[in-house]
Design a protein around this ligand. Sequence first.
Ligand code: ADP
Ligand code: MG
Length: 687
Amino acid sequence: MLKIKNLRKTYKITKHKIIALDNISFDLPNGKLVAIVGPSGCGKTTMMNLIGALDADFEGDVIVNGKSLKAAGEKEIDTYRKNTVGFIFQQFNLLNSLTAIQNIDIALDLSGTTKENKTKKGHNLLSRVGLTDQINKKVNLLSGGQRQRVAIARALANDPQIILADEPTGALDVETGKQVMELLKEISKEKLVLMVTHAPELAKAYADIIVEMEDGKVISIEENTASISTAASSSKKIETKSKMSFYTAFKMSLRNAWLKKGRTLATAIGTSIGICGISLALAITSGTTHSVNTQIKGIFPSNAITVGLKENGDKINNIKPLKYSDINSVLSLNSNIYAYNFEIEGKGMPLSYFYSLDENIIKDKDLMSKMSDQTTKEKLATIMSPSVLADVKNDIQYGNLPKKGSTNEIVISLSTAKNLEKNGGNLKALIGKSIYVRYLKNGFNPNSNQVSNTETPIVRTWKIAGIANTTTLIDTYYATSPWLINFYEKEFKIDKKALKSDFLVVYLKNTKNLDSDLQTLNKSQNKYKFELTGKTISAQVEGAMKQVRYALLGFAGVSVVVAALMISIVVYISVLERTNEIGILRAVGARKRDILNVFVAESFIIGVLSAGIGLLLTLGISKVINSVVYGYLKNAIPNAPYMEVAKLPLNDAGLIMLFCIVLSMIAGFYPSLKASKMDPIDALRGK
Ligand code: ADP
Ligand code: MG
């Protein structure tokens, strides 16, 4: 059944050539216990490794059941290692962190049996070697003899025809050694057991055939009549393809990742920082864009159209403002326009800055120095800019628009109303009340961010006609044209023609044909540009956010590259640590692919963990950012809405998960490939 033909093996060390096996030929039948004896260094181990196909670099041939190892391909060799031979090593070569049965499972996993079958088979094997009580004990808690029994059970797992045992009793005491020999003798009833031994008395006592070697040569093959010969049984066996499922590879790596929890976690956390950077960049930019867009929708009704000068092009800075006279020109273009909003601004324009229901506070000469007083603060509303409003009925929450021809009525925003009624009073009760406004003739100096303290206060009294619910951050008060203009002309000697505004917003009566109306408006003349208000600002915000996004992603990208390197190194370290395991796996028949899978699976696990941690971090940090921003906004604007300025869309989270997993698998691929290419015999030696 086993035929050795002109077997020759030379090792090359630098320029020296060591002939380890020198033209060996012999035949061995099934059902025998064969002892190979000889002095140290005579080539016994080398021969066993060649028969076991752990080493493919040799001359001559090993023929098993008529099949040549020399002619076999890689696939056949893997199947041969799994099905035809079983290894028993002097140093056991078990995975010490696993239990007895888990060690057997590794070999059984390769034949792809069902879980039930596997458990049953594992139990049978361990009871056969007398370890029924130690099934779930970790190997490193077992004695040497017990470990060797586990190794024997593993060697038998796939029911091989040849058992190769290289000094199986070498690490055991005499008594335990004898027990192991009994076991091997028993096994040799139906298999060919090839055993290397240093102890001639063991060979004499148990072996059916004794092969004596010296200096790489076989010097004698003798039948040992002292031992009782056992009859060969001719059991046929079914060969299964050598294959480990990805699930098994995954399970093994999961076990390893758990064993090295500290390192796995540290790596995952390291990687997750980069991932968190990326997801935060996406969360902040998309959250802000979304929040701003929602605000814009709240501020501007869908029928709001921004009017600008065509000569401005797409510039954002240095926009040429529209003049008051432009209002009429624009209104005359289309009868569908029913309302407009013209924000008054410009150099030298008196600014209405402080509002209160309390006349005394507004008239107080020392208002500026009392700003920080709690009582003063409570009765004061600040920062509003005046807008000329034709008619935006939909916004009115309480009260009405100023009456036609009215000369002292205004509409205030909900946020101003709440500001005036800080103590949670009835907002409705504000309607009809007088509101005192202090004007700053010299306006507001944006450079010093301060209001002049020296000028004599100009105070005017208005009546609150209505409260408009604009959920807006821009706080505006509205008064109808023409009286607001007349008011400015009269009170401040403002030249109508000098009024200007960056923003003229017009409202269309009929929104059914908004797009074609826009087109008509744009085509009918050359001076003005009409755009949907929300769209214009959204586009600007989105454009700006895109740039922020690229910048942030750039930073995050660097840390991701570092993370990938780290994963690569960690997987490489893992390969080094698990070299022995790689050797064992290969010896029991695992393919290169299986080894690759084991380590790619490890990278996969790191990837999933990193993404998980990174996304959780992002979630936490986003929450913090949102509440900080909200706290800040609420301080500045009492009516500020809660906005999720940092919010990672679910889709993006999924993509990041995928990206992270793919990235770590790519990072881990090279070391995994190296692991899979390791020579089984080198790996077993720990090289
Ligand atoms: P044994 O098992 O009989 O003690 P080996 O088969 O291990 O002997 O070794 C046979 C010869 O081959 C020895 O001279 C040994 O030094 C040499 N040898 C074994 N393995 C290697 C190797 N990997 N590289 C170089 N020489 C080796
Ligand atoms: Mg040896």
